[in-house]
Write a protein that binds this ligand. Sequence first.
Ligand SMILES: [Zn+2]
Length: 281
Amino acid sequence: MRIYISVDMEGVTGVCHRDHLLPGGQDYEKARGWLTGDVNAAIEGALEAGATEFVVADGHATMRNILLDELHPAAQLVTGPAQARNRPLGQLCALDVGHFDAAFLIGYHSRAGTPGGLLAHTWVGMLVSEIRLNGQAASEALLNTAILGHHDIPVVLATGASDFCLQAREDFGEGLELVQVKETLGPSAVLTLTPTRSSELIRAGAERSLPPRQEPTKVGLPLSLELDLHRDDMRERALELGGEPLGRLGLRYRGDDVLTVMEAAWAALAHCLREDAAFLK
Ligand SMILES: [Zn+2]
């Protein structure tokens, strides 16, 4: 069995604050260790259940958070920034390196606008107020599950804070194995397990989740992906790369191919973030 592991950081054991999420922040280096520990626990559990190979995709911010020296040797790591020319699907990459039997989402968080949600956002917090997939408000977990489903890969395990787990249960139903590693107290506070305890739970959850019981998620086609941005100028910039304007601050991407639609939306957001050359400022 080959397992694809998509990794974010907001939902990792112990992480509660922006400082944990970006290089230079207080305890960021420590948080990288917690992150790598959660991933290793998932790998250990999956190995117990008969999995043999793993591709781990670092999918948070700089996408260079996982400590390679400490990563389980059964895994290979996708690392490097999600520029459209590098990683056109953002958090996911190298999905076509052979077939994967199942996917894990480790360290995930709730979607933008979740009341009291821990570090909640969707894709790029400074740009996006909501993303809808075929009309349904979408978290990164939902978007990535659609991409994985396109590749016939079922998502069988997810880990994160209590608000993420609640949302994931609503979005994905009872079939998904969920491991809560901390209770959300507010947007930047948690009641967290220790890495030792959360690793035990993640290991057990990963083992229970295999072999996969659920089918890959197939989204209705043609796919409609709608993004509401925070400001007019952001939308104007995104529209330079295509898409249709929607309402006052929205964009819409439609098509019969899941990957093409997702890539177009991700490229538009990456384009929004690009700074003008210094001499043009
Ligand atoms: Zn993240």
